[in-house]
Design a protein around this ligand. Structure first.
Ligand code: SAH
Length: 199
């Protein structure tokens, strides 16, 4: 019975509308994208996750539910505030450390980890991937979510230069809004999920 409850908790995603939002901070990553990111990360209770660019905390909360511990980094203090509020709302503050700082510099101060999640990079993606992979454990995973076209290309070429072969997925989700006359479909922004395992 306990296992069934645990399994259900792992499957449950937080609804987009349940997040507290700040108009100045991007996110949360939409539910269906969070779902895929969690799948691709293969996160388990044993894993330490480092997230660069926690934004609203969309992914932070999902990782906090499933990982041993999460280090959530953002260069913007306002993003850390809203992430904290969302973690608090979901009762998930216990295993998350919120760190104000700029990646890649801040990555040197964090112990080894199993998953590096990059959701923001401000033009520094190659350095974040390279620096971040130093403390990534053997068989650890790097995941990059990207809205910008350039970020996709940068992620792939950096990983290739490192001798890695990334998995690249571009996701376009449309959601239905039930109305009297029918179901109105609305498209969300396409997002790319680039993931790779360190071998
Ligand atoms: N995935 C998040 C949204 C991320 S928004 C969610 O689901 O809510 C991207 C965030 O990355 C922004 O808050 C921005 O401040 C942060 N960011 C961008 N470049 C960064 C860098 N080099 N170091 C730390 N944080 C960074």
């Amino acid at each position: 019975m306990m296992d069934m409850i645990k399994a259900k908790l792992m499957m449950d995603m937080i609804k987009d509308n349940d997040f507290i939002k700040d108009p100045n901070i991007p996110g949360p990553t939409k539910e269906e994208i969070r779902c895929l990111v969690i799948c691709k990360s293969q996160v388990t209770r044993k894993d330490t996750v480092v997230e660069v660019g926690c934004g609203t905390g969309g992914l932070t909360t999902e990782f906090a539910k499933r990982a041993r511990e999460v280090y959530a980094i953002d260069k913007n203090q306002q993003a850390l505030k809203i992430t904290r509020k969302n973690l608090e709302k979901q009762g998930l503050l216990d295993n998350v450390r919120l760190i104000e700082g700029n990646a890649p510099q801040i990555l040197g101060e964090i112990p080894e980890y199993d998953i590096l999640m990059i959701g923001g990079s401000s033009g520094e993606l190659p350095a974040i991937i390279r620096e971040g992979s130093k403390k990534l454990k053997e068989n650890g995973r790097i995941i990059v979510t990207s809205i910008l076209l350039e970020t996709r290309a940068e992620a792939v070429s950096t990983m290739k230069q490192m001798g890695l072969s990334p998995d690249v997925v571009d996701v376009s989700i449309s959601k239905g809004r039930i109305m009297e006359r029918g179901t109105m479909m609305t498209a969300l922004n396409p997002v790319a999920i680039i993931s790779v395992q360190k071998k």
